[in-house]
Design a binder for this molecule. Structure first.
Ligand SMILES: *[C@@H]1O[C@H](CO)[C@@H](O)[C@H](O)[C@H]1NC(C)=O
Ligand SMILES: *[C@@H]1O[C@H](CO)[C@@H](O)[C@H](O)[C@H]1NC(C)=O
Ligand SMILES: *[C@@H]1O[C@H](CO)[C@@H](O)[C@H](O)[C@H]1NC(C)=O
Ligand SMILES: *[C@@H]1O[C@H](CO)[C@@H](O)[C@H](O)[C@H]1NC(C)=O
Ligand SMILES: *[C@@H]1O[C@H](CO)[C@@H](O)[C@H](O)[C@H]1NC(C)=O
Length: 336
């Protein structure tokens, strides 16, 4: 680990020199911001490139996230009890789920605390450890370190709040549910290539980020809208506003329930999760089926089909609903 870290630092130093010599007096990297008021928070994703080989639990700890939630957001196997110890390779790009708060009038994630290690500087914490998601200036301002040289070693153990960029834009894009990923533009990226890799259009990326031209510089942070499945849980639910990006999962209700999105329809689909031992009942009342399952009742008029759907975590209770629909069959048998 020590050797690996030494190598990473050398790479970072080379990159810093290159940036400084290429762009004296160049404009600061741009970040898309969303003004906000009030104290509501919403869910967003951070695009993070690992600076070293790291365990799932280490990446999760860096971002104050739950390891299972991190795996679920990347559609990696979160049910395996050993999954948190899995080693992810240096350079891997992951989506880190984050709670996007409203602080100082803008959306940002402010729950991450980092304890400086020997030889860390503001610049290496920003550019290496957090892979450009925060700048040295932002960390300095957030922590009131006005006079700290970004390249001076920090005191080992010094605790820093790391402000991280996020936006929610009402969890929608073009009137469709969307979850926003904060993406750090890499050397060699172009806006058309970024848009294409997230199956969206250049126009959409430009609109979301209020860009005048389809040009972004390395280090800029773009908000990328990802198609998602929205929930309709009541305000009283602790997971009100749950949103899940297409092709991924989220864990909720104290990791008792897992919800998936896509790849076919963009309807949230929730089932019991197999992670936690003691979970409240997940059976729909007046039926013998569990969350996520369907029951059928033959009736004189045809076959009644009711699905057992998750309705939010209210007061430590898993609420369910089981809307009934007549299947299209004209026979009164429920055989499929
Ligand atoms: C946010 O979205 C909800 C429905 O998803 C809508 O009712 C509301 O008007 C939207 N608010 C804004 C400010 O766009
Ligand atoms: C959701 O993801 C699948 C692939 O995982 C893709 O085929 C589908 O087009 C996506 N849906 C939307 C609305 O982007
Ligand atoms: C759904 O029902 C099937 C058979 O009735 C059962 O094997 C399965 O465990 C159930 N799944 C859930 C999520 O309740
Ligand atoms: C079947 O569904 C209809 C309409 O929702 C409902 O009126 C009826 O009571 C249901 N029958 C059974 C046996 O569930
Ligand atoms: C939550 O449950 C407690 C104890 O069962 C009850 O006293 C309280 O009124 C409940 N709150 C809500 C919002 O339902």
């Amino acid at each position: 680990m020590a050797e690996l870290r030494g190598f990473v630092m050398a790479v970072a130093a080379a990159v810093l020199v290159a940036v400084v010599s290429l762009a004296p007096g160049a404009a600061e990297a741009k970040t898309t911001i969303e003004p906000c008021s009030g104290s509501d928070s919403c869910q967003a994703l951070l695009g993070y490139t690992l600076y070293a080989d790291m365990k799932v639990s280490e990446v999760a700890a860096l971002f104050a996230a739950d390891p299972a939630a991190l795996l679920a957001a990347n559609a990696l196997d979160f049910g395996d009890p050993g999954a948190a110890h899995r080693i992810l390779p240096m350079g891997l790009f992951v989506r880190v789920p984050t709670r996007c708060s409203c602080a100082d009038g803008v959306r940002k994630s402010v729950s991450v605390r980092y304890a400086a290690r020997p030889e860390d500087t503001l610049a290496t914490v920003a550019d290496v450890v957090f892979a450009g998601l925060a700048s040295a200036d932002q960390i300095r301002n957030e922590n009131g370190l006005a006079s700290t040289d970004p390249d001076a070693p920090l005191d080992a153990g010094q605790k820093l709040v790391i402000p991280l960029p996020c936006v929610c834009f009402n969890s929608s894009d073009n009137n469709l549910p969307a979850m926003y990923l904060s993406y750090v533009v890499q050397v060699g990226d172009t806006v058309p290539a970024i848009a294409a890799s997230y199956e969206t259009t250049v126009t959409d990326v430009m609109n979301v980020n209020a860009m005048g031209s389809p040009v972004a510089a390395p280090g800029d942070i773009l908000a990328i809208p990802l198609p998602a499945c929205a929930s309709a849980f009541p305000k009283s639910a602790s997971d009100h506003g749950l949103i899940v990006a297409n092709g991924t999962y989220a864990l909720t209700a104290g990791n008792c329930v897992q919800c998936s999105c896509g790849p076919g329809s963009l309807n949230l689909y929730c089932t019991p999760a197999s992670l936690s031992a003691s979970c409240p009942s997940m059976q729909c009342p007046n039926s013998n089926v569990m969350l996520g399952n369907v029951s059928t009742h033959p009736t004189g008029a045809g076959c009644n089909v009711s699905s057992c759907n998750y309705g939010g975590f209210v007061n430590e209770t898993i609420t369910t609903s089981s809307p009934t629909q007549m299947s299209r069959t004209t026979s009164n048998s429920c055989a499929d």
